[in-house]
Design a binder for this molecule. Structure first.
Ligand code: MSP
Length: 649
């Protein structure tokens, strides 16, 4: 086995829902760089997994009447199915609920605690009781409410353990200074550095408000909170504390690939935890951009979440991987659209690559009875083709080193297009007519086949299926699995005398119109199905009882006064008349209404909401407002005049 090693990780994803195309994007990138490193002869580890603890999972499970473990088991199985379908060569799938992981998390927590870098104190913040979640002031929504459920929050304090992250601020800055390539892409580096320079606070690492997590080893009433648990999976994946040799061989990781949303956790929290645990820091963290859909965010409510399983079923795994890697520059946001997808696949895969293979093999069949000819002669175009090929492999290698997948593929396609042009320049069909130019013809076909051989080997890093199909058609006897990056870079390694196998086009053209028709039919069938299912489900669980509705005291209130709350650009302090009673409440509508504009309006409010203090102002009730996707708000008023205090039922 080689002594060159390479360790790559993906984030460990939350199993509260099925994975979508965004998660698929990260994993495809991680798998591609792993496959490339293998081609270069490295011994690789690729770790992925699932982040299974925490409040959200516990609640989702309860909603489904399941234990958290039962609930995540089902979803984790769907993760694995997706990665198998995507042909991801992960070496370990870390579940944070596994015994190994638990032991590792306990160990690292204890180690940092014994060092004196974890201490007990009070956690305080805005707490949303229904969601059982703390928020900082900055996280609250426009109205100063819980950003998840938009209900009122209250100030709370709770005993918690804290990690002394602040202690490592200077060391971290020093490290980043000495390792300028640690944070990728470079444009995000300054953002992180500024964040650190603003001052690192100690990090709350335990909770008592829920129990679905790994208990704090020294205090069982607490569970370890989120990042201490999740990030340690990168150590669990290579058997930290179980296989020292393996661990030392692969740690520090060569690269953590994550989305930009969690870059901060990986470049600030993770390094400081590792410093406290006396472990070396990873070599690089790459925070890629986000995949949007038709230019906007993917969300369940918009119904535009792209399911990778469906995409693979419809177009094949190669098409999906190629599109993700080619279309979006790694590091910036990109937008998925089906139109674009079809166009890209048709032009690059079906047209450029598929045709090149097809034309070439067909000509070898026709002019040489399928036997690979020798390159006995030269044509005036050979030197340029060879030069383009040499440059391509050099540039592609550099681009993959810096994870520029789209540019690397562009490099390769430049060569593929150049090779198609070589056919047009050398016109084999003209050469074939002249017996004296048979050697020239042989050379042209040899060069075409040899380039295809090199392209096929390179594509092993990107596409799991096409290279083997190409190999088969090229009729090469040696196994594709034994080919290396050196073989791809070397010109002329194809053996003459073997027999090609003419086959079907490896990338049939996609007919966009037909595809959209098929989608529409599927949607109709699905809607019909959903309607049936929906009716059934509504009757079973989604209705609320009349009693439940009765608990809500909705009443008409007349706005008497309103004023902006000092220090907040979202909140208004509002005085209302509620029948005989006067009430004060806080409403997060300052961005949508001038204070004076509200005065005199008769609005609908929830009168029996538990009072809360928001921004130091007592709030007793909540004005109802309608909100659209863009978050624009309009308060609910009554259609005809009615006395304030009137019940809404
Ligand atoms: N569990 C944490 C990660 C812990 S890692 C120690 C988590 N999980 S997650 O399920 O929310 O996954 C987040 C990651 O999924 C992002 O960082 C990114 O890699 C990927 N993506 C999720 N949505 C995405 C897009 N729309 N586009 C691209 N990648 C996205 O955070």
């Amino acid at each position: 086995m080689s002594n060159k090693t390479f360790y790559v990780t993906t984030p460990i994803y939350y199993p509260n829902d099925k994975l979508h195309i965004g998660h698929t994007y990260t994993t495809t990138a991680a798998d591609t760089i792993t496959k490339f490193k293998k081609l270069q002869g490295y011994e690789c580890e690729l770790i992925t997994g699932s982040d299974e603890h925490g409040q959200k999972i516990q609640k989702s499970a309860a909603k489904h009447d399941m234990s958290p473990k039962e609930y995540v088991d089902g979803i984790v199985a769907s993760f694995k199915e997706l990665w198998d379908k995507l042909k991801v060569d992960y070496t370990e799938f870390v579940r944070t609920t596994s015994d190994e992981h638990r032991a590792d998390v306990e160990y690292i927590f204890k180690k940092v605690y014994d060092k004196g870098d974890i201490y007990k104190s009070k956690y305080e913040g805005y707490y949303c009781t229904p969601c059982e979640t703390y928020w900082t002031e900055r996280q609250l929504d426009e109205e100063g409410n819980c950003p998840d459920c938009n209900r009122a929050v209250e100030w709370m304090e709770e005993e918690s353990y804290f990690f002394k992250m602040s202690k490592y601020q200077d060391r971290l800055l020093e490290f980043l200074d000495e390792n300028p390539d640690f944070i990728q892409p470079a444009k995000r580096r300054n953002e992180m550095i500024n964040f650190i320079k603003d001052g690192l606070e100690d990090l709350c690492v335990s909770r008592t408000t829920f129990d679905w997590g790994i208990p704090v080893p020294i205090d069982e009433g607490h569970v370890i909170y989120v990042w201490f648990d999740a990030l340690t999976s990168y150590l669990t994946g290579i058997d930290w504390n179980r296989d020292e040799e393996k661990f030392n061989k692969f740690w520090p990781a060569d690269i953590h690939i994550v989305g930009k949303d969690i870059l901060r956790f990986h470049t600030i929290i993770w390094p400081t935890i590792l410093m406290a645990a006396d472990l070396p820091l990873p070599k690089k963290v790459f925070g890629h951009g986000f995949l949007l859909v038709d230019g906007g965010k993917m969300s369940k409510s918009k119904g535009n979440v792209i399911d990778p399983v469906k995409l693979i079923d419809d177009f094949g795994v190669d098409a999906v991987r190629y599109y993700l890697l080619r279309e979006i520059a790694f590091g910036t946001d990109g937008s998925y659209s089906t139109d674009n997808f079809i166009q890209r696949i048709n032009s690059d895969l079906a047209n450029d690559l598929g045709n090149l293979l097809n034309r070439t093999v067909a000509m070898v069949d026709k002019y040489f009875e399928g036997v690979v000819p020798e390159a006995r002669d030269e044509t005036e175009f050979d030197a340029d083709l060879a030069k383009v090929a040499t440059n391509t492999f050099k540039s592609l290698e550099e681009n993959l080193e810096s994870l520029q997948f789209s540019v690397a593929l562009e490099d390769l396609w430049n060569l593929i297009r150049r090779t198609n042009k070589y056919i047009d320049q050398t016109t084999p069909w003209v050469l074939a007519k002249d017996e004296n130019r048979r050697d020239e013809l042989g050379t042209v076909l040899y060069n075409l086949l040899d380039t295809l051989r090199r392209v096929a080997i390179t594509l092993v890093a990107f596409l799991p299926e096409a290279p083997a199909q190409m190999w088969e058609q090229l009729g090469i006897e040696e196994s594709l699995a034994e080919q290396s990056w050196e073989d791809a870079k070397a010109q002329g390694k194809l053996k003459a005398g073997t027999k090609v196998k003419n086959g079907d086009p490896i990338f049939p053209r996609i007919d966009a119109e037909e595809y959209y028709k098929k989608l529409e039919e599927e949607k109709k069938a699905q809607d019909k199905n959903n309607k049936k299912k929906g009716e059934k489900e509504m009757s079973e669980q989604e209705y609320i009882s009349f009693d439940e509705f009765g608990k809500l005291e909705l009443r008409v209130a007349e706005v008497l006064e309103a004023e902006q709350i000092e220090g907040s650009n979202k909140l208004l302090k509002v005085q209302v008349q509620l029948g005989e009673e006067k009430r004060q409440l806080v409403a997060g509508i300052a961005k949508h209404y001038e204070a004076e504009e509200l005065v005199g309006k008769k609005v609908v409010m929830v009168a029996n909401l538990k009072p809360a203090t928001i921004f130091g102002v007592k709030s007793n009730g909540m004005i109802l407002a309608a909100s659209n996707d863009e978050g624009e708000l309009t308060v609910t008023t009554v259609d005809r005049d009615i006395d304030s205090g009137a019940q809404v039922k």
